[in-house]
Write a protein that binds this ligand. Structure first.
Ligand code: RFL
Ligand code: PHB
Length: 408
């Protein structure tokens, strides 16, 4: 058995774990990262694509955005299609902030490339990862690699191991509430070797269902299609997927061309939030603490925000002996998590007609979408949530007053 000693043991080398470890190292705090998959797998895994302005600023501030600034696609806005109409919502005109298209695996590649070449603190292909001692002062992470048992002794553990990881499961159930919501929709996602459908993202709401035409690069498209959560894989042969995409995106007959499908995934639309996001010396970060339906593209953005807040709380502890920010990590993050969760839920219901939607529902949805596309305060409020600016602002003065002491 081999024993390693570090200040922070990070479980999971997704964007959250790698960013946390990067920030810690930049401020002189030592960490060891333990990852279940191989490096090749992480660099290939296609997931998020849309980054908010705040995320890009975070990456720039950490010296991680050189390639993003060269190759990322800056989008001033997006198209909203419904009822045979095309509206354009420009977040740059509305609130002065664009969004960026840059694949999650590219963020991961940049984070891996930024580590020193002789980096011995990153362990891939870890098997049987287990967390122990989180209620004491000496927590540890044990795993097996190449047949050898390794134990990482640390002061703190950052659980950045996604929705199916071991971190959240290591917290006693009596000390954690996991709020969940399964939406009655799934998405089929296609990665297609063809130029993007339009120069900007197209969110399209059709009586047949929702479709989204996104992209990864000028040569690669990402297309999504709403399906019913009860559907079987066999209900969706390729022919039907393309036909629905064209209809829902309002593509004319003569312009219906297919591209080569490089990858196809099925994405269940669901949400979870674990409260609190910490227990003893274990802190949950990113998808380990919360997942969002992908509609509003919040998961990666909120995950990196969590990682940044936790990194600075840990740096405060090790460099200045501050306990407050670490103790307050969960309380600091949960309002932002719920805000993103609320927007994601609202957008999911707005964009996805239910299987039993009536003509009334459809007309009402059209009225909501029309209001959204009208320049004015609701478009500004929408843009604020879409680019995540609302989460970065201090809370506005509330009109809600305490009822304590009021006469009945
Ligand atoms: P990750 O990326 O899941 O990384 C967790 C890492 O932990 C490893 N792991 C373990 N390691 C050690 N021991 C164990 N027992 C382990 N179990 C797991 C895993 O191998 C993995 O490497 O979580 P992280 O870092 O919190 O990042 C979160 C994001 O991945 C996620 O929120 C986004 O992909 C969500 N998302 C989107 N977010 C956005 O902000 N913008 C988007 O445009 C966007 N689009 C999407 C999305 C998610 C999607 N899917 C597939 C759910 C589009 C889709 C289709
Ligand atoms: C994506 O490209 O994966 C994507 C973009 C925007 C969204 C959701 C997903 O709202």
């Amino acid at each position: 058995m081999r024993t390693l000693r570090t200040q922070v043991a990070v479980v999971g080398a997704g964007p959250a774990g790698l960013y946390l470890s990067h920030e810690l190292r930049a401020h002189g705090v030592d960490s060891v990262v333990v990852e279940r998959c191989s490096r090749e797998h992480l660099e290939r895994r296609v997931r998020a694509g849309l980054l908010e302005e705040g995320t890009v600023r975070l990456l720039r501030g950490s010296g991680l955005a050189d390639r993003l600034d060269r190759q990322g696609l800056v989008h001033d806005g997006f198209q909203l299609r419904f009822d045979d109409t095309v509206q354009r919502i420009s977040t740059t005109s509305l609130i002065g902030e664009p969004t960026y298209i840059y694949g999650q695996q590219e963020v991961v590649k940049d984070l891996l490339a930024a580590r020193p070449p002789d980096d011995g603190s990153l362990h891939f292909d870890a098997r049987d990862v287990q967390i122990a001692g989180i209620t004491g002062d000496h927590p540890s992470v044990a795993f097996t690699a190449d047949g050898e048992q390794v134990v990482v002794e640390a002061d703190f553990i950052a659980g950045c191991d996604g929705h199916h990881g071991v971190s959240r499961a290591s917290i006693p159930t009596a000390s954690l509430v996991v709020h969940s919501r399964r939406y009655p929709f799934d998405w089929i996602g296609l990665l297609v070797g063809a130029a993007p459908f339009a120069s900007e993202l197209v969110y399209s709401v059709h009586a047949r269902g929702f479709a989204l035409a996104s992209m990864r690069t000028p040569e690669v498209s990402r297309l999504y299609l709403q399906t019913d959560a009860r559907d079987e894989q066999s209900d969706w042969p390729h022919e039907r997927i393309w036909d629905e995409l064209w209809q829902r995106l309002y593509v004319e007959e003569g312009r219906r061309t297919r591209g080569a499908v490089l990858e196809q995934v099925r994405v269940p639309l669901r949400a979870t939030v674990a409260e609190p996001m910490q227990f003893g010396r274990l802190f949950l970060v990113g998808d380990a603490a919360h997942i969002f339906p992908p509609t509003a593209a919040k998961g990666l953005n909120v995950a990196l925000e969590d990682a940044s807040v936790l990194a600075h709380a840990l740096i405060g502890w090790f460099r200045r002996g501050e306990a407050g920010p670490l103790e307050g990590y969960s309380a600091a993050r949960l309002p932002a998590v719920w805000r993103a969760q609320d927007f994601s839920a609202w957008l999911t219901w707005l964009f996805h007609p239910a299987a039993d939607a009536t003509a009334f529902d459809h007309r009402r949805r059209t009225a909501s979408l029309t209001r959204l596309a009208e320049a004015g305060s609701s478009a500004v409020a929408f843009a604020d949530e879409y680019v995540g600016r609302s989460r970065r602002r201090p809370p506005a003065r509330s009109y809600v007053h305490e009822l304590d002491g009021m006469e009945a």
